[in-house]
Design a protein around this ligand. Sequence first.
Ligand code: RIB
Ligand code: CA
Length: 318
Amino acid sequence: MGLQKRTVWLDCDPGFDDWLTLLLVCRSPLLHCAGVSVVAGNAPLAVTLGNALRIRALHGLQVPVYGGCERSLMGGSETAQNILGKQGMATLGETLPSTAQKADGMDGVGALLTHLRGQQASQAKTTLVAIGPLTNVAKALQQGARAMQTLDEIVIMGGSTDRGNHTPAAEFNIFADPEAADIVFRSSIPIRMFGLNVCRQVLLTQTHVQEVKSWLGAEAQILGGYLDAYQRIRSSDGLEPMPMYDPVVALWLHAPELFGFQDAPVDIELDGKLTRGMTVCDLRNRAARPINTHIAMRADGDAVMTLLLKQLKKALAS
Ligand code: RIB
Ligand code: CA
């Protein structure tokens, strides 16, 4: 009897770190990726969806990909193109090849709900992995709360227990749609939050980049060029390590023992002039308020990076 695979649904905004996560999840021996919904975030939806389809084509991934929300619940369109470039990710090598592949639909929210409703009969569980702004997830909660309640948990890359990255107080995924994040954190579905605080313990260096660039094959070479550009975001000479954001979630799915958590209430700041989009994590251990989140506080950064390269090499070879 083979090991029962864990079913996941990936909501993302490719972005290079999303690319790594999509590859690791879809090529994992432990996971079954039931579907991918794409949201605007690192770049507008047309770009993030186009990136997702090109990534799927490059690696020959067998997974349905759906377009999702183009704008935040309040109609905003915050992107990270000022840092990542027009395409939402840059390369120092060969560009990700274009593809004629089309999305399997443009209602990613409906596709997620259809998947969950299909599972209700068998009482099977799905883990929702959300590594972009939470607009699609919030809409799914608004359109299908009962179906969403069948999730075992919502695992996000987003937020922070300390400083932000897009503003001094807010991490990008939350800042891009704070109202959506507020709906998700208030949903009573268990949230597992991988914020900047833990991602900053998992650092990508040029040593890692050169290791990937030494691998043979077109997929590894193309991915290596984007990895190199990603690693140089903080310092163009590559001397300053760059945190791994989204893939940290995929690595927790494979090696939870490498991470430590604190259960605490998390609220989303919606009104602060300087703090809008902040994840207010109440780490004071006071039981006064309902605990809604498992907050990732510790990671064995070296072991996580070693595992990342090991899994990436296997994913590219399979
Ligand atoms: O703040 C980091 C997050 O914002 C990552 O998910 C990255 O892909 C961007 O979406
Ligand atoms: Ca992302």
